[in-house]
Design a protein around this ligand. Structure first.
Ligand code: PBE
Length: 310
């Protein structure tokens, strides 16, 4: 009997404690939200702590954003927070779930504008991020003479934003690795692949080293071309590196080719530094874009110039 009473008291005390903690939790949550989001005297710059949420330090868009901070007087005192693409996407998702302000570096091809359909690019009146970007293929000097069939296929490689984004969407939806989805894409698109392999002769295990960058867009293109090359008998390695290292590797002949040069703006500085030491094979994709982006609920912010100086 006494035992039963004891048990009941313990149980009731436990429940009260749970209820008490739950009440505390929700109370402090809503206080925090109120603090973070509704001080109308704060401008957007203050609210985001004069920070653009960016990606990897080795990305072209990071360098371009540093340039934007220099060019736009109103970005005086702002900083790009450099981390990783995954971290940026997580921050963006968190902000959007709470309708909090955030400024991110955005680009296409990518699924961010589809997954977050209320994300908008900011106008860029000074044209720092440019208009339309092309993704170009570059080869090392001598590749054409030494591996003419690889050179030919890489030179003929060309596809659309939809093709590339299709692979990226599928990989992000299903969690399947980009390389596997790209391989399947080659199976499913024989007509496109036939254009790239037109006039390319079969070889017997010739090694080709594709140098690339670590983003999904470039993992898609590198894997698609690697698969097409392998079907012709090449032995392909893909090496993902920082943008600067990629240009350097093609220029000094460590790598055979890259499919990942974003021009005319994103990789302009790297391109100019090495322009005499590689062969430009022209664009493999047209219609890419980079810029700063914010959620649509930041209604008054439509241009980079709408962000206030510190
Ligand atoms: N990106 C995607 C890269 C190229 C591919 C825009 C993040 C960059 O160098 O910025």
């Amino acid at each position: 009997m006494l035992e039963n009473w004891k048990n009941q008291i313990i149980w009731i005390t436990g429940m009260l404690l749970v209820l008490f903690l739950a009440a505390c939790g929700s109370g402090s949550d809503s206080e925090e939200n109120a603090e973070e989001s509704s001080d109308s005297s704060m401008n957007i710059g203050e609210e985001v702590d004069y920070t653009i949420t960016g990606i990897e330090p080795g990305a072209g868009i990071t360098v371009t954003t540093e340039k934007a901070i220099e060019e736009y007087e109103n970005l005086n005192g702002w900083e790009v927070e450099q981390s990783s693409t995954a971290a940026m996407v997580t921050e963006l998702e968190k902000a959007m779930n709470n309708e909090e302000p955030i400024v991110v570096t955005g680009w296409n091809p990518h699924w961010m504008f589809t997954k977050f359909d209320n994300l908008k690019y900011l106008e860029d009146p000074q044209g720092v991020y440019g208009e339309v970007e092309q993704i170009k293929s570059l080869a090392r000097t001598g590749l054409e003479e030494e591996k003419p069939n690889a050179y030919k296929l890489i030179d003929q490689f060309n596809w659309s934003v939809e093709d590339m984004e299709g692979i990226m969407y599928e990989s992000s939806d299903t969690g399947e690795d980009i390389a596997a989805v790209a391989k399947q894409w080659v199976e499913d698109n024989p007509d496109k692949v036939a254009e790239w392999t037109d006039g390319v002769e079969d070889v017997d295990g010739v090694a080709v080293e594709l140098v690339s960058t670590p983003w999904d867009s470039e993992r898609a293109s590198a894997n698609v071309v690697a698969e097409a090359l392998e079907q012709k008998g090449f032995n392909v390695t893909i090496t993902p590196v920082d943008v600067a290292v990629m240009f350097e590797a093609i220029a000094n002949g460590d790598g055979d080719a890259t499919l990942a040069a974003w021009m005319p703006q994103t990789h302009a500085d790297f391109y100019e530094s090495f322009v005499d030491d590689f062969v430009d094979l022209g664009e493999n994709l047209d219609g890419a874009k980079i810029g700063l982006a914010v959620p649509e609920y930041m209604e008054d912010i439509n241009s980079i110039e709408d962000l206030e100086a510190k």
